[in-house]
Write a protein that binds this ligand. Structure first.
Ligand code: ADP
Ligand code: MG
Length: 197
């Protein structure tokens, strides 16, 4: 674990740890060059093959631009870890928000979040190669102060030999914790979601 004030790459100063997973941790850090807060996702790898895979993923994520996805600006290796530098998304995750409430979220709000999420999935699924997130769950969704849903955690993503054009899917394919059918039902019959069925 990296302690606060640790400086990586002579540029990123660790502020605090945000989370801890099996393969590493996520930190809030200050990018001293640009004077902005970033999130550093650390992954600890022993194998060269996995390091290469991480590098490919970082390059792929850096190409993505969507308001419901964190922007990736850099990646590097230091010590035993590989680091992905991302836009820091302030706010709570939906799991923490749900735990604080006494009841479910208002339906209208959930439908709005589902629309935003489906648009992000449509964007991912129409990349070439196609990107399947495979771990959509409340813990990996954050809500910003402006009411924008952001999908985090591409650890389990898969890239498939993609076709660049959007198309309809069979209901059999799964995308993380939700099947594509569940994703569609979650968002009702809204047009943006029909494209990711
Ligand atoms: N870009 C980010 N901005 C702010 N917090 C983040 C960011 N990425 C991850 N986190 C936080 O770090 C924690 C773990 O991140 P995650 O990517 O889901 O890793 P894990 O693989 O450990 O589940 C979560 O609490 C999440 O909210
Ligand atoms: Mg996660």
């Amino acid at each position: 674990m990296l302690s606060p004030e640790t400086i990586l790459q002579g540029r990123y100063r660790i502020i605090r740890q945000l989370g801890q997973g099996g393969m590493g941790a996520v930190y809030e850090a200050l990018d001293q060059r640009l004077d902005t807060t970033v999130a550093l996702k650390e992954t600890l790898f022993a194998e060269e093959r996995l390091r290469k895979q991480f590098e490919r993923e970082a390059r792929l994520l850096a190409r993505l631009h969507h308001q419901a996805l964190p922007r990736v600006s850099d990646h590097f290796s230091e010590g035993d870890g590989q680091f992905l530098v991302m836009q820091y998304v302030a706010g709570d995750d939906l799991s923490a928000m749900l735990a604080e409430r006494n009841g479910p979220f208002p339906q209208q709000e959930v439908l709005r979040w589902a629309d935003q999420l489906c648009d992000a999935l449509d964007y991912l699924h129409t990349q070439d190669p196609e990107i399947i997130h495979r771990d959509i769950k409340p813990q990996n969704l954050k809500l910003t102060a402006r009411g924008q849903i952001v999908l985090l955690d591409f650890t389990h993503q898969r890239q498939t030999a993609g076709r660049a054009q959007p198309r309809r899917r069979s209901g059999k394919r799964t995308a993380g914790s939700l099947t594509s059918g569940q994703q569609s039902r979650a968002a009702g019959k809204r047009s943006c979601c029909r494209r990711v069925e």
